[in-house]
Ligand binder design. Structure first.
Ligand SMILES: [Zn+2]
Length: 472
């Protein structure tokens, strides 16, 4: 397998007659790939080539960069259903050629141990290039001192939780300490912003009152408690002189806090996910049967139509910079443990495969986003924010040849029966999306053809990422 990948990757490949779309503009151009990199972009590049891909009528995008995934992640006695093998093949089939996954520190252990553990899970298994953030769950002084070591090791981003008290939550003083450290060493805090203490109180009260159906997950995590946490996180970051990345914005209220901070000139970056743009919570907590409702038990929860519209507007306007997936899949039977008590349902849902197709369909094809803005939010901005640009996130000479040939007149049918994710449901079951990923190249090798993964297993490499550089 390895020998095959070498041969594929060192080929000279010419993508002819496509429309190359970068975040900054588009052009009719050929793309020449040599030695795993983009060697030329321009009109009528002469051959010969080992392989010519006809991209007439097609768009050529830089490969997608998904900076929020949870592959092979333990959660109590279970783990997410996709490992780095299955999850990255699914990502690739959807046009994503880079993932940045969250390595989680266990209490009593070091950040280095978390990184080593996740590296062992990914290396030799991931089909596409991968990097890591580290989740800090236990901020002892020696752990605080490790932050600079992680930045130096190419892991310059740190997830902190304001939710899940007793498991993952850090208190405000601890969050402030990490923000101060990252500000000093080029790190970036990725914040899960929900007020966990109040949410836990509401959850306990709901369960005591007999409100145990999965639909109560959403009602016990109201948008006000997301907005409050975003506001608090921004205030702490400002005081620490640190940039801040807010993961998975779900509500209009939380987005308003990010927009206000950006309006003041704060270095705050907002991420959302397709599920918050495209799906709404059920009208009432008992509206759906438990099995259906358990599928969308995610945190923060799905909101209403007004939040969807606000997030789309934020994405178009630039107050939301990144669309990632928060891919965190569990089998329906694993979700079923909480049918009689929503507080025991593992939080998370699958999404790594269809991010690009969903955003293209609902964003570009329906006129909400330009194709350039689409490339910005699914590829260029995540690459820049997380120290991968211009190696990733752009079709330009010298960049890694991670390329997507996309057919805007094709269509993508979404179903658990045909998707590549190792999970038995899909949040978008039965939808037909405008546009289709046709061919995907990763560092110069063709890994997806006509929706089929044809690349070598485990061909992805660890990406040591650069420290955070604020935009001018
Ligand atoms: Zn997550």
């Amino acid at each position: 397998m390895f020998a095959v990948s070498i041969i594929l990757s060192s080929m000279r490949v010419l993508i002819r007659n496509g429309t190359v779309v970068n975040a900054t503009g588009r052009q009719q151009a050929d793309v020449l790939v040599e030695d795993r990199r983009v060697a030329a972009v321009g009109p009528a590049i002469p051959g010969p080539a080992d392989r010519v891909i006809d991209a007439t009528g097609r768009l050529v995008f830089p490969g997608g960069v998904d900076v929020h995934t949870h592959l092979d992640m333990p959660l109590g006695a279970i783990r997410t259903s996709d490992d780095f093998g299955t999850g990255t093949v699914a990502a690739a089939c959807g046009g994503t050629t880079t993932v940045v996954d969250y390595a989680v520190q266990s209490r009593g252990h070091s950040l280095r141990e978390a990184l080593d553990e996740w590296m062992a899970r990914a290396a030799g298994h991931a089909a596409i290039d991968f990097g890591f953030h580290v989740c800090i769950a236990d901020l002892r002084p020696e752990v605080e001192a490790e932050i600079a070591d992680m930045v130096a090791a190419g892991v310059p981003s740190f997830k902190l939780f304001m939710a899940y008290p007793g498991r993952m939550m850090l208190d405000d003083g601890e969050i402030f300490r990490v923000l101060r450290r990252t500000a000093a060493c080029g790190g970036l805090v990725c914040l899960h912003a929900e007020n966990g203490t109040v949410i836990d109180l509401l959850v306990r009260e709901a369960v005591r009152a007999g409100h145990t159906a999965p639909g109560y997950h959403a009602t016990t995590r109201p948008a006000a408690l997301e907005a409050e946490a975003v506001h608090r996180g921004i205030a702490l970051a400002r005081l620490a002189g640190a940039p801040l990345y807010v993961v998975h914005l779900s509500s209009a209220e939380a987005l308003a806090e990010v927009a206000a901070a950006r309006g003041r000139g704060d270095r705050v970056i907002g991420e959302t996910c397709p599920q918050y743009l495209l799906l709404a919570a059920a009208a009432t907590p008992d509206a759906e049967d438990a099995r259906t409702a358990a599928r969308t038990v995610i945190s923060p929860p799905l909101r209403g139509r007004a939040s969807q519209n606000a997030l789309w507007a934020g994405l178009a306007r630039g107050d939301v910079q990144v669309v990632a997936t928060d891919h965190c899949p569990f089998f329906l039977d694993q979700k079923a443990v909480g049918h009689a008590d929503f507080s025991t349902i593992p939080n998370g849902a699958p999404g790594i495969e269809h991010r690009m197709a969903l955003l293209y369909d609902a964003g570009v094809a329906s006129g909400r986003l330009s194709a350039e803005r689409f490339v910005e939010v699914v590829s260029a901005a995540p690459a820049r924010t997380f120290g991968l640009y211009p190696r990733k996130g752009v079709v330009a000479v010298g960049a890694d040849a991670d390329l997507v040939v996309f057919d805007p007149s094709g269509e993508t049918r979404v179903s658990a029966a045909t998707h590549h994710m190792r999970v038995d449901y899909n949040l978008y079951e039965g939808r037909t999306l405008a546009g289709a990923v046709e061919t995907v190249m990763a560092r110069g090798g063709v890994i997806v053809e006509r929706g089929r993964f044809v690349g070598p297993a485990g061909g992805g490499r660890f990406l040591a990422r650069a420290p955070f550089i604020p935009e001018p």
